[in-house]
Ligand binder design. Structure first.
Ligand code: ZN
Length: 255
């Protein structure tokens, strides 16, 4: 009981901290749901300010997923939103109300915010080679959703993933070896695969990368009663995606 009370106090503390500046951070201008505006001289959408708590509260998980899909289309077509980051950094200094938590691979070729045309205060991004979950990542996701109000968890794998290739080839090197063990269940899922089971086989690498995303999603649901309950109440959605290096397109899975 005492532990429960302490937990509730802790959540209350974070909630207070996050909402402290709610009244100070109200928008001065009107804006669309995604805060976009455009002028005749500049056809690219522009974002003038960061997301507020009111706007975050109104969004549903399905709407957040649509925003990410629309943002990825802009990324692919080269019409990324222009943002005044130096101004937004100051505006967001005392609070944040992000829409989503994205778990990505470490890979430097995936600029996560750009891939979904997001800016300061829009998304939490957790990164680890092979985009798998562990206690620290789960805690971060629970903070992002339960405390800070995010509506979507996206596990983002990608093609040509070095971590997936390392797990397939059973690389033995320092701390990389225990790290890759987190991806091995996705490799071992395909023991009956009759093709070339090495990192040379792009088809096999793709199969393992996608399976790894699906297993990570299953593990999140299994290991986090908080997130599982939020999803069962439609307060959040947990989905996956695979990022294609050659086009920048994200193919969503498990919607
Ligand atoms: Zn990777």
């Amino acid at each position: 009981m005492r532990k429960l009370c302490l937990n509730l106090l802790a959540v209350g503390f974070w909630t207070c901290l996050l909402s402290l500046d709610c009244s100070q951070n109200q928008p001065q201008s009107t804006a669309t749901d995604d805060q976009h505006s455009a002028t005749n001289s500049d056809p690219k959408p522009r974002v003038e300010r960061v997301l507020t708590k009111e706007e975050q509260d109104k969004l549903t998980p399905v709407e957040v997923l649509k925003l990410l899909k629309d943002g990825n289309r802009r990324f692919v077509s080269g019409t990324l939103t222009s943002r005044d980051h130096s101004r937004q950094v100051r505006e967001a200094a005392s609070g944040q109300y992000p829409k989503a938590v994205i778990l990505s691979c470490l890979d430097s070729r995936i600029p996560v915010e750009d891939v979904f045309d997001r800016g300061i205060g829009d998304v939490f991004v957790a990164r680890v080679a092979g985009n798998f979950e562990n206690t620290d990542i789960l805690g971060s996701m629970e903070f992002g959703c339960k405390v800070a109000g995010s509506k979507l968890i996206l596990v983002l794998g990608h093609e040509h993933c070095g971590a997936v290739k390392g797990a397939i080839d059973d690389v033995d090197l320092g701390n990389i070896t225990p790290m890759l063990k987190n991806i091995r269940p996705a490799v071992e899922h395909f023991t009956a695969y009759e093709g070339d089971r090495s990192s040379e086989n792009e088809e096999f690498v793709h199969m393992v990368a996608e399976k790894n995303v699906r297993l990570t999603i299953a593990d999140i649901r299994e290991q986090s009663p908080i997130l599982r309950e939020m999803e069962s109440k439609d307060e959040i959605k947990i989905v996956g995606g695979i990022y294609a290096m050659d086009s920048g397109t994200v193919t969503f899975i498990g919607e």
